[in-house]
Write a protein that binds this ligand. Structure first.
Ligand code: ADP
Ligand code: MG
Length: 278
């Protein structure tokens, strides 16, 4: 049995005089198929050369559209995450950080912990690669199609206070609750005011078991009270954060310090006597 045709939209009924190429471009735009629009002529030419039938021709176009769509989606996720730089594990030297569990980190880069709404806390002194690892995990999550937001703890508290003053706190809280992975870098460098600490606590509570949070801190847990100011709040926060958590211990030497020492110990490159002779 043939299915009855859907009524054409008014635009199509009055389109007899419009050239098919223009109509096609129009439909593809309305259907949000930019790769079809861009590639269909070239793929048709190749299909004719290969004597590919119609289904194969369509299949090639669909595959191209899906590949492009995925690439665009990852790019959008990366833009929306607002990473201050792009870092990945390709440039991370695990031998420089022996206290870090490499197998766990590579497992985390697969992103399942985000599906499971678990948290990650990276602890260690300055320069040990916490931000690098957080950025790399964030990038890996974007590549898996997960929504990510990257911020420092101080910047987030500032944004929350500003949103509260401007009566748009609810909106910001909703936004922060909906992201799959929230990365809070540098908790511990700047202590919060009582209100700031409470606002941050509220965000992290709202995310509890609903989304993943990755926190980096130079302070061990027993010093977090100095940041939040309240023992009761810090206790409640740690209770939620550490319920489903992976801890990354990064207690090695500062990578910055080690690499600048290395540079300084290296002999200066000898000047060529006669650069023109080369
Ligand atoms: P932290 O956030 O712990 O203070 P960063 O992640 O900012 O440290 O690291 C400082 C610098 O050293 C960055 O440029 C980072 O890319 C680099 N770095 C740190 N650890 C490593 C590592 N193990 N391998 C490669 N680069 C590293
Ligand atoms: Mg850092």
């Amino acid at each position: 049995m043939t299915e009855s045709l859907m009524p054409l939209p008014a635009m199509a009924q009055t389109s007899a005089s419009v050239p098919p190429a223009v109509l096609l471009a129009n439909h593809l735009k309305a259907l949000k198929l930019p790769t079809f629009a861009r590639e269909h002529e070239k793929v048709a030419f190749e299909a004719a050369q290969d004597r590919a039938d119609y289904p194969r021709y369509l299949l090639r176009l669909c595959e191209l559209e899906r590949i492009d769509r995925e690439r665009r989606m990852v790019e959008r996720r990366i833009r929306m995450a607002k990473f201050p730089h792009t870092k990945s594990f390709d440039t991370f030297d695990f031998t420089a950080q022996p206290s870090l569990n490499k197998a766990l980190v590579l497992e985390l880069a697969r992103g399942e912990w985000i599906e499971q709404r678990r948290n990650v806390i990276a602890l260690g002194p300055s320069g040990t690669g916490k931000t690098h690892a957080a950025l790399a995990l964030g990038l890996a999550a974007c590549q898996k199609g997960q929504s990510v937001a990257f911020t420092t703890a101080a910047a987030l508290v500032h944004d929350l206070m500003e949103a509260r003053d401007e009566r748009r706190l609810r909106m910001l809280q909703k936004q922060l609750a909906s992201v799959k992975l929230l990365i809070l870098d540098e908790l511990g460098y700047v202590p919060f005011t009582a209100v700031g600490g409470e606002l941050l606590f509220e965000v992290l509570s709202q995310r509890y078991e609903r989304g993943s949070t990755l926190i980096t801190s130079n302070l061990p847990f027993d010093e977090w009270t100095s940041v939040f100011g309240s023992e009761r709040l810090t206790g409640a926060l740690l209770d939620r954060l550490t319920h489903h958590v992976h801890i990354l211990e990064m207690n090695g030497d500062s990578f910055r310090l080690a690499s600048s020492r290395k540079r300084q110990n290296q002999p200066l490159p000898r000047r060529r006597l006669n650069p023109a002779s080369n």
